[in-house]
Structure formats: C-alpha cells, structure tokens
Design a protein around this ligand. Sequence first.
Ligand code: FAD
Ligand code: FSA
Length: 436
Amino acid sequence: ASARKTTKVIIVGGGGTLGSSTALHLIRRGYTPSNITILDTYPIPSSQSAGHDLNKIMSIRLRTKADLQLSLEALDMWKHDPLFKPFFHNVGMFDCSSEAENITELREYYQALIDANAGLDKTNFWLDSEDEILSKLPCFTREQVKGWKGLFTLDGGWLAAAKAINAIGLFAKGQGVQFKFGDAGTFKKPLFAENEVTCYGVETVDGSRYFADKVIMAAGAWTPTLIDLEDQCVSKAWVLAHIQLTPEEAAAYKNTPVVYDGSYGFFFEPNEDGIIKVCDEFPGFTHFKTHQPYGADEPKCISVPRSHASHPTDTYPDASEVSIRKAVARFLPGLKDRPFINRAMCWCTDTADSNLLICEHPKWKNLILATGDSGHSFKMLPNIGKHIVELMEGTLQQDLLNYWKWRPGGDALKSTRAAPAKDLADRPGWKHDARL
Ligand code: FAD
Ligand code: FSA
C-alpha cells in the first residue's frame, strides 16, 4: 500500500479507452493522483480515440477465452458502478441473420452462452419466428424480418462511449491527476536509465521529459508505430456514418435494441439529437507505410493510422459507402436514400489471435504495453484498467497473463476475421491530403 502512494505512473494514450480506465483504477487502488500523468495528443476524451464515438455495443462476447470473465465484469460495472451507470443504455441486442450458415453459428453461440454456466439462460433467448422478432423490434416490418433468426440478449445495449471516457477524465482531473496534451502530450520515445534496460520516463514531441516508475503504453492503433511490436499488432480502420432523423422519426425508434448482422453491420437507436449511427461489417482497412517505431533496427512496413480528428477532410472508400447503404437498406429501409451527415474512419489494432497484448516489454523493464484491442474492447472500459494495474503490480491472474503475453508470430493482418484487411491505398474513393 505504501508503494502505491509513492509510485509514479505515466499513461501514454491516457485520453483513450484502455489508458483512461488504467488511470481510474490506479486512483481507486490508492495511488496518489498527482503521481499519475496522462499523456495524449488530444484532450480527454481524445477525439482520435476509437472510443470517441456516439455509441458502442455492449454485450457478452465469447470471441476469446478471456471474454466471458471480462464481459461479465464489465456488465456488472456498466449496470451498477455510479461512474459508468449513466452511460449504459440497456435496450437489449439482437444478433441475427437470414443465412443458414450464419444462423447455425448463432445457435452455437447461443448454446455456448447457456453452457457457460453463468446464469445467462435467464437473459438470452433464441428468436425463431417473425412474431418473436417483431415483439422485440416493433419498428421493423414483417416483410423486413422474413427468414431472420437470432439471439436476443437482455444483457446488451449501447454505451455512450465518448461521454463515458469524459466522465473518467472529469473524475481524474478532480482528483488531481496530471495531464499533458498536444505536442507536450505526444509520445516521442521512452527514456532509459544508464543500463539501457530500465525505462524511467518518456520524451514527448515538444522535447519535454517526464519521469516515472512505470510507463504504460496504451496508445491504441498508434502503439505499433511508437514501439516496435514485432508485427504482433496490425492497425486497421473501420467506418461509420450518421443519419439525422426528425424528432417524429426518432420517437419511432426510441429504445430499439442494437441490431447486428455479421453479413451487413449494425445500427443503434437515435441519440438525444435524433442521430442514428450505422456501421458495416468487414475485415478493416490498413494504411501501410515505411516507418521506424522505437526499437526497430531499420524502417519497416507498418500500418499507420490517419485519424479523422487530424484529417477531417479524408473520405472513406467508395466500397464503404455501398456497404453502409446496404446495411441501412437492411435495417432501416425507410431511410435508405437519406443523406449521411457524418462519415468517419476509426482506428483499432488487431492481434493474430484477437487477445489483448498487455504485458511488460520483454526487453525493457517498467515499460508496459496495454494494447491489441482487436476492435472489440470498448465494452471493457470500466474494468480493463483493473487488470492493467494488476499486471503492473505483478498480481494478474495466470490465465490472463498467458493470453495477453508478448507472443510474436501468427497473422495479425488477418487475425481471427473472415479475410485479411485490404489497404486503403488500393481502395477507390479514398481521398486524402498528402500530410501523414
Ligand atoms: P484508443 O481508445 O484509440 O486510445 C488510444 C489513445 O492513444 C488515443 O487517445 C490517442 O489520441 C492516443 N495516442 C495516439 N498516439 C499517441 C502519442 N504519440 N502520444 C500520446 N497519445 C497518443 N468496441 C466495442 O466493445 N463495442 C463496439 O460496438 C465497438 N464498435 C466499434 C466501432 C468502430 C467503427 C471501431 C473503429 C471500433 C469499435 N470498437 C468497439 C472497438 C473499440 O473502440 C476499441 O477496441 C477500443 O476503443 C480501443 O481502445 P484503446 O485504448 O486501445 O485505443
Ligand atoms: O460486439 C462487438 O464487439 C462489436 S465491435 C464493432 C466493430 O465495428 C466490429 O464489428 C468490427 O469488426 C471491428 O472490430 C470494429 O468494431
């Protein structure tokens, strides 16, 4: 406990999802807030964080072996923790399809949830008929849901994502955490003691130097561009679009569950301003460039994010417009020709097996990686920081240590997705200025 009072921690990317969660759990565990420094390019909630969004899906996922534990912990905190509760819209979620193969997979997934022996039979239901589906989705038409089947979960819904990170930021500021943003908060390189092994701080782009006992690298999709991760993470963009509804239209969709179909994408009920977010589902876009992260002997080919925040005039590929329109036609046929008011790309970083990468760097003591979100980690905002702090303190449970260890090899370009990501440079319609 006394070590917690005096240990200094720097969180690179502390304005984002995993980083802000880490700051919260350091404070909750008794670290002295003024010994915690959050560095980020943008003020918290960082506008280039993957979590800087109207909404994200919450549901129990079983994609990796750690998912059951992590999503049950997260669900409990989204429901009951006073800091997070206001941001969970527990409207339910419908995972569905009308394709035989996908329906079989969804049934297996439903069965796996029941077999997990976590009481999930009380909150998960198989919807097999149009009537059952329409009872949960009254804003859909019978014609529209013909042949659909799927899993309805009461544990699901959506998270007001940027607002939840903002709430952590306000709490951390109130407690006296130190913040540096802009060039003063943008990581340039780690700093090492004379033995060249013990990391004791960070230099930022403006030349400032910050010193600490532990440095947490939680820079999301940017992490592999900052520190050589030996190809364990490949950063990829996904896309989203917004549709503006009138107040009358929005009222018709109020409290609609999140609807997800892996062959199309997903959408969320309108927010308080009548805005609906729609995403397509696909294996992501890379942006490969020659780049030398710290620790690499020479420049290498790395997928480098280009954030919407830094490049607001960038477009997305024509194919994205087509597939998001297809999702709108599937879920919201009455709005299929409605203009999109915002389009954006949002960056995550995949590992080969979709497990996170949360470990001390094998070469450098006290430099801790907290990344490899694999495009599904927002839902863990309330609890992931607890495990990052456990790793830092050497008390992380053995199975999580093993899933999240340094593990070069494998194919992070494909990861556990249907196909490898395609590069933005080859995608017609992707327009951007020359600046990186
Ligand atoms: P981020 O939240 O992106 O944080 C990284 C931080 O590092 C940022 O704040 C950034 O500004 C900062 N940074 C970058 N470079 C530097 C530097 N040089 N110095 C200092 N700071 C730096 N997950 C779900 O659970 N449910 C969903 O429904 C869902 N939907 C998604 C939809 C889309 C379109 C996308 C793209 C992702 C979605 N995700 C979802 C995934 C989720 O958003 C991510 O897994 C999660 O937010 C990643 O968190 P992170 O902390 O690793 O990265
Ligand atoms: O339930 C979920 O974890 C949804 S994550 C949403 C998403 O857009 C993915 O569908 C996509 O494949 C990528 O991982 C980004 O996040």
